[in-house]
Design a protein around this ligand. Structure first.
Ligand SMILES: Cc1cc2nc3c(=O)[nH]c(=O)nc-3n(C[C@H](O)[C@H](O)[C@H](O)COP(=O)(O)OP(=O)(O)OC[C@H]3O[C@@H](n4cnc5c(N)ncnc54)[C@H](O)[C@@H]3O)c2cc1C
Length: 299
């Protein structure tokens, strides 16, 4: 165990490799056991070295953004969890470049300050730019793919730049779900507008989001299976709002959210999730697909 940590610290220059880091501290569900190794990387060249080393050493790794869409196993993760801490945001006319480790909220605010519109809908979505691009996060009829024009990434040990048409964007879908690569930054194309008007639209989104549950969660658990099929509404009509296992509960406020009422385990959340899948399938014939991503061994 120590040899790998020394390797990462000495050869890759990654400081402070943590051992047995509780994932519950790094996910918005606030559940998850220890990651064998946990590293925060603040430099792209170190990341490149680190990924090459981990591939060479055949060590599994997982890139974690804000952990806002991740359900981590109670048993943790037997590999290296990597958090990206480079966060530059830059502008050139209507184009904005943001590092993968930048918070999406910081990009939304930056755009407003620079009189650039097109991201107001993303106000309040907890995400990094990397996690947002991976998930193609979206809300209120918009998604990140509306504004992403190019993405820098590391794949097979090389830095590459892909254009939007190469990124296989769809509803909560991107190329990164099919072919693993690490997103290091994204270029967005926005539109000029007055900061005050942008701020007003952002405030409207803040008001709409006030109705969302406040307890720890990972947002919507299931994807919308087809147009007009509103998962939360279907679950509510089945009377499953408030359904509870241990510390995990279907939020009565928004039934596509499972919330941690304080002491939930990954197992509790999974039991609720499977129950919802069963009941919805029995009632509608539709098997719901999860939007959330699993980290570690989950069954
Ligand atoms: C209260 C709440 C409200 C939410 N509302 C919305 C909403 O309105 N719309 C919506 O779409 N989502 C919503 N979500 C879900 C979540 O915010 C999004 O899925 C977001 O995109 C996750 O970003 P993240 O940085 O936290 O990624 P994580 O959850 O940390 O990771 C998600 C996936 O992205 C991968 N990943 C992360 N960074 C990189 C990278 N640099 N390179 C390659 N892969 C990477 C991870 O490995 C993982 O597979 C909500 C969540 C919460 C808790």
């Amino acid at each position: 165990m120590e040899i790998l940590a020394n390797y990462l610290e000495y050869i890759c220059g990654v400081e402070n490799v943590k051992r047995n880091e509780p994932l519950a501290q790094w996910t918005t569900f606030r559940v998850g056991g220890p990651a064998k190794y946990f590293v925060i990387v603040d430099d792209k060249s170190k990341l490149l070295k680190l990924l090459s080393a981990l591939t060479y050493l055949e060590q599994p790794y997982f890139i974690l953004g804000l952990g806002a869409n991740v359900l981590a196993s109670d048993d943790g993760f037997d590999g290296v969890v990597i958090k990206l801490n480079f966060q530059t945001i830059e502008q050139n006319d209507v184009f904005v470049y943001a590092d993968a480790g930048a918070k999406l909220g910081a990009v939304v605010n930056y755009a407003r300050q620079h009189g650039l519109s097109g991201l107001e809908w993303a106000t309040g979505i907890p995400a990094t730019v990397g996690g947002g691009v991976y998930m193609n996060c979206g809300a209120f009829g918009h998604s990140l793919s509306d504004v992403v024009v190019m993405v820098d990434m590391i794949e097979d040990g090389q830095v590459k730049t892909l254009t939007r048409d190469e990124l296989a964007f769809g509803y909560r879908h991107s190329r990164f779900m099919e072919k693993p690569a690490v997103i290091i930054g994204a270029y967005l194309r926005l539109n000029k507008d007055e900061p005050a008007k942008i701020a007003t639209r952002m405030q409207e989104i803040v008001e709409k989001r006030r109705r969302h549950p406040r307890q720890p969660s990972a947002g919507s658990v299931f994807k919308r299976p087809k147009d007009g099929f509103y998962v939360g509404q279907v679950i509510e009509e089945l009377g499953l709002g408030g359904y509870t296992v241990g510390g995990a509960m279907v939020s009565p406020q928004h039934c596509n959210f499972i919330v941690n009422t304080g002491s939930a385990t990954c197992r509790d959340i999974l039991q609720v999730l499977y129950h919802l899948q069963d009941e919805v399938e029995k009632a509608t014939g539709v098997l719901l697909e999860t939007e959330i991503v699993f980290l570690g061994k989950v069954d």
